[in-house]
Design a protein around this ligand. Structure first.
Ligand code: SF4
Length: 450
């Protein structure tokens, strides 16, 4: 351990190097907050539509899309066309083809969508048909993510999913008939009553569907959900912690043996099919976010929109309000004059969307984000890049903090000459214990920077 203290000032100099005022923004996330019912584990910002209403038939959906288009058109264009677009939810496949077209048109008009852009869309079994898929595809949607979760009806029922395995089969058949190869399947481990055999069967059946990409998530109990009220982590009927870890290792062995690259803690892909949009998050790059509950990350500032439609509509409405008269004469959008901001109201979030200069992200936040996100990727983080952005002392502290985990075989430092070139978590053990590693690292960096 070096005796040199890691001061706030050291972090500030390093962090500032990593904070560029006008980074290129080429990714957009659009939240479609509608579902037929709420799954028992889900705490996402959604509105439940029931089984009958969707698309143009729902006034709620129509109103939301009007406001969404307004938000997109009010967001400053930063000069770069979009390279990735992700329509997530919720259940975007509850939208008609014309409604998805309207969203893509709004994005294209405001920012431009590059001809080679990856345009992803989440779809749920039982909410679309072949004609819809072909329609989405004709708009340029070129990647689909299907929320399968499990291949056992009893498990799907136990977690409140609206679909059953027969709907998954139909969805896969429709994807094949539409000639869509670039699709991903989502699976969840750790469901109530789920056994090792269930999980093994789900993995095998998922592989048999020949997806280009697979995401495997471990169930998280969220406060305020049915599961959060009903269950305790690690206690029956949820799998024990030992079994949960075993399921993670089983997925890693099974999917890599089937030719999938484990490129991120929860994600596997065939060569050339990693999700470009999600890589933007893991690489801690900026992105637009649109819609209720959606987060954007611009100029080092994460902004989460309100999680109810009423509050979100008011928030977008505030973007259109004129500035107060007292500020009109002296402040303009983008003003750099200290003490003057272009604020239509007191909303901090609204102010951020005005593209005004932003305060630098707190000292260590960006570094901690970079570690938390970057270490999710199998390739890990480049030591030299960390050094350039956050300074030599920060890197020294990180390497010291990781020594114990390296000895346990959870962290690899791939060396170049005498210098470690990359820091990465081992697969599967490092990934499995990433929370332990990051908690230790964060505590050490926070303490040192305080
Ligand atoms: S379909 Fe997805 S977003 Fe909708 S309630 Fe279920 S988990 Fe949540």
């Amino acid at each position: 351990m070096t005796s040199e203290a890691l001061t706030s000032e050291t972090f500030l100099i390093g962090a500032m190097a990593g904070c560029q005022g006008s980074e290129p923004v080429t990714a957009a996330y659009v939240h479609i907050p509608f579902c037929r019912r709420r799954c028992y584990y889900c705490d996402f910002a959604i509105t439940v539509l029931g089984d009958r209403l969707r698309g143009e038939a729902s006034g709620t959906v129509r109103q939301y899309l009007t406001v969404l288009a307004q938000e997109i058109s009010l967001t400053p264009n930063r000069g770069q066309a979009l390279d990735t677009v992700f329509l997530g939810g919720g259940t975007p496949s509850l939208l008609s083809v014309a409604q998805v077209e309207a969203i893509l048109t709004a994005l294209d008009r405001q920012f431009g969508i590059a001809a080679t852009a990856e345009i992803s869309m989440e779809i749920d079994p039982g909410t679309f048909d072949l004609a819809q898929l072909r329609g989405y595809r004709s708009l340029g949607v070129n990647r689909f993510s299907l929320g399968v979760q499990a291949f056992q009806d009893e498990l799907l029922a136990a977690c409140g999913r609206t679909h059953r395995v027969v709907d998954v089969r139909q969805a896969i058949a429709d994807l094949e008939r539409a000639g869509i190869e670039n699709f991903s399947l989502d699976l969840i481990s750790g469901l109530p009553g789920q056994t090792r055999e269930h999980w093994q069967a789900s993995l095998a059946q998922a592989i048999a569907c020949r997806p280009a990409h697979l995401s495997t998530y471990d169930l998280t109990l969220e406060a305020g959900t049915v599961f959060g009220r009903r269950y305790q982590p690690g206690e029956a009927p949820l799998p024990s912690d030992t079994l949960t870890a075993d399921l993670y290792r089983l997925a890693q062995r099974t999917l890599t043996a089937a030719g999938y690259e484990h490129y991120e803690i929860s994600n596997y892909a065939r060569s050339g099919y990693q999700c470009r949009h999600n890589r933007v998050y893991w690489e801690n790059r900026p992105f637009y976010g649109f819609g209720m509950g959606a987060a954007s990350y611009l100029d080092g500032d994460r902004v989460t929109r309100p999680r109810t439609t009423t509050a979100y509509y008011a928030w977008v409405n505030a973007l259109t309000a004129p500035p107060p008269t007292s500020l009109k004469a002296s402040a303009q959008p983008g003003s750099t004059q200290p003490g003057l901001t272009w604020l239509p109201d007191d909303s901090r979030a609204t102010a951020r969307l005005r593209d005004r200069p932003l305060a630098a992200q707190p000292l260590t936040d960006r570094l901690l984000d970079t570690l938390m996100l970057g270490l999710r990727l199998r390739e890990g983080l480049h030591v030299e890049t960390l050094r350039q952005h956050y300074g030599t002392l920060a890197v020294t502290k990180i390497l010291e903090g990781l020594q114990a985990f390296q000895a346990r075989g959870w962290v690899e430092l791939a060396p170049i000459a005498s210098e470690p070139q990359t820091i990465r978590l081992t697969d599967p053990e490092g990934f499995l214990f990433s929370n332990v590693i990051l908690t230790h690292l964060f505590h050490q960096l926070d303490t040192e920077a305080a």
